[in-house]
Design a protein around this ligand. Structure first.
Ligand SMILES: *Cc1c(COP(=O)(O)O)cnc(C)c1O
Length: 480
């Protein structure tokens, strides 16, 4: 280890080969120089960033030596878990062999070819082609251009409107953030870009009062048809949605929703796009979320779990309907990225997908760990602070409420300004479990490699932190 640079002194090898860190100095440099995503920097400067230095299996360690169970799989991406030396080895070997070459000018590389062929096998049968990107946002930007190019080639260039949903998350680039339905993102930077419109999200808790879940699913899908008729059916190019909304708070639609969306897209001949950046590669207990939800998209955006986040990679799976037109009528598609088909990233994906497949992680989520997470969250729903809890595969969410009710619609929420979710999240951090807060909805999406015993450990810690949050909230006189 070299020690001749000033920064190297921040990481000191100790005699037992463990490392210690100068946390305060790291935090000082961090706030002096590093602008973080989606972060209030003045507030971060006050608190100091948590410095994560190491990970293994489903655990993280911070610079103070604290061990934390990672309930969020990094950021919904470390599907195979941490510490997979074989992924590191595959990337290392590929970097020595060919660290980079582009795939623009009649060239290709071996890992990209192998990965494209593997994806054709693992994905639903309509997908035989893939366009590689560096991230999920770039995948969705690619989708906007590809969808519009498709209709142009078919002689219907006026079909350029893409319908998305409020509270959806499709990334942070101009098109990704426009497709997304986050008002706070639209307010910064003049979004959405033209030709993107939004309908309500299929949240039974939010919109389904007085209805069965099945009836609500049909109603929510019907908003798409209303929007198509309002915009003019000859103007609408595509509909995009996440099978289960992730960043929006693990919003699990009723089972009637997606088949009805499919029926409406078919009726008006519009393209159906599934954003599987979170749901893809096993998260819901199927390889892709559309398989669980029962629909056949024309395009799929993916990223995150394809490499388990070890290196960045994303892409668009292109179904036969679109691929045929692009390839046979398209000529040049004037779009692409320096890192489309990056050999080291594709090598990471190949090894990651081999692990997921050979260890049967998708089946394990479907048959064993997913149902276990479901029953453990059902028990958390009994907690006095929890209004309702839902899971789908290896994702889960629960709502913190002021007063419980007989149904999800009879619970009384805390006023938003009390920010009870953030209080709860802090207890989680301090007690060694990462759980994300979306308003007052607390969510997890752990690595797919998590065991039943580790789920128990995670849920027990969550229970303790719910107790601590309840104590604090009650002491402030906020309970109903
Ligand atoms: C994370 C995410 C994206 C954006 O992916 P990036 O790699 O962060 O650009 C897009 N869609 C969904 C559903 C996501 O969760």
């Amino acid at each position: 280890m070299t020690t001749n640079t000033p920064l190297a002194s921040l990481r000191v090898a100790t005699p037992d080969a463990r490392e210690t860190y100068d946390t305060q100095e790291l935090q000082r440099l961090d706030s002096a120089h590093f602008l973080h995503p989606f972060t209030d920097h003045a507030a971060l400067r006050e608190r100091g960033a948590r410095v994560i230095v190491r990970a293994d299996d489903v655990y993280l360690w911070d610079s103070e030596g604290r061990k934390i169970i990672d309930g969020m799989a990094g950021l919904w991406c470390v599907n195979a878990g941490y510490g997979r030396a074989s992924i590191a080895d595959a990337v290392h070997a590929q970097m020595l062999q060919l660290p980079f070459y582009n795939s623009f000018f009649n060239t290709t590389n071996v890992p990209a070819v192998k990965l494209a062929a593997l994806l054709a096998r693992l994905t639903p049968p309509q997908f035989q082609h893939v366009f590689f990107t560096g991230s999920g946002s770039e995948a969705n930007d690619t989708i906007v251009r590809m969808v519009r190019r498709y209709w142009q080639l078919l002689g219907e260039p006026e079909r350029d409107i893409i319908v998305s949903r409020r509270n959806a998350y499709h990334g942070s680039t101009m098109a990704g953030a426009s497709l997304g339905g986050m008002a706070g993102m639209h307010a910064q930077g003049g979004l959405p870009i033209p030709g993107i419109v939004h309908i309500g999200q299929p949240s039974y808790a939010e919109h389904g009062r007085g209805m069965s879940e099945a009836a609500f699913g049909l109603l929510a899908a019907g908003w798409l048809e209303e929007k198509i008729l309002e915009a003019g059916p000859e103007r609408v190019a595509a509909f995009i949605g996440e099978p289960v909304q992730g960043a929006g708070g693990v919003i699990i639609p009723p089972s009637t929703y997606w088949p009805e969306i499919q029926r409406i897209c078919d009726k008006y001949d519009i393209l159906l796009v599934s954003d599987e950046v979170i749901c893809g590669f096993g998260r819901l207990g199927t390889w892709f979320g559309c398989e669980l939800m029962g629909f056949q998209p024309d395009l799929i955006a993916f990223a995150k779990g394809v490499t388990s986040g070890y290196v960045p990679l994303g892409g668009v799976l292109v179904g036969g309907r679109v691929a045929h037109v692009l390839i046979e009528k398209g000529g040049d598609f004037n779009h692409g990225f320096t890192y489309s088909g990056h050999p080291a990233a594709c090598a990471a994906a190949l090894e990651n997908l081999r692990i997921i497949e050979t260890e049967g992680l998708v089946e394990r989520v479907a048959l064993e760990t997913g149902p276990h997470l479901g029953s453990r969250f059902a028990s958390l729903a009994m907690h006095p602070l929890v209004g309702h809890a839902e899971t789908c595969g290896m994702t889960a969410g629960l709502n913190l409420v002021r007063r419980k009710g007989a149904t999800v619609h009879d619970c009384e929420a805390f006023p938003a300004e009390q920010a009870v979710g953030m209080l709860c999240r802090k207890h989680m951090f301090d007690n060694g479990v990462i759980m994300r807060a979306v308003g007052d909805r607390m969510i997890v999406a752990p690595p797919l490699s998590i065991t039943k015993e580790q789920i128990d450990e995670m849920v027990e810690r969550i229970g303790v932190c719910l107790d601590l949050t309840l104590e604090e909230v009650a002491a402030r006189g906020w309970m109903g």
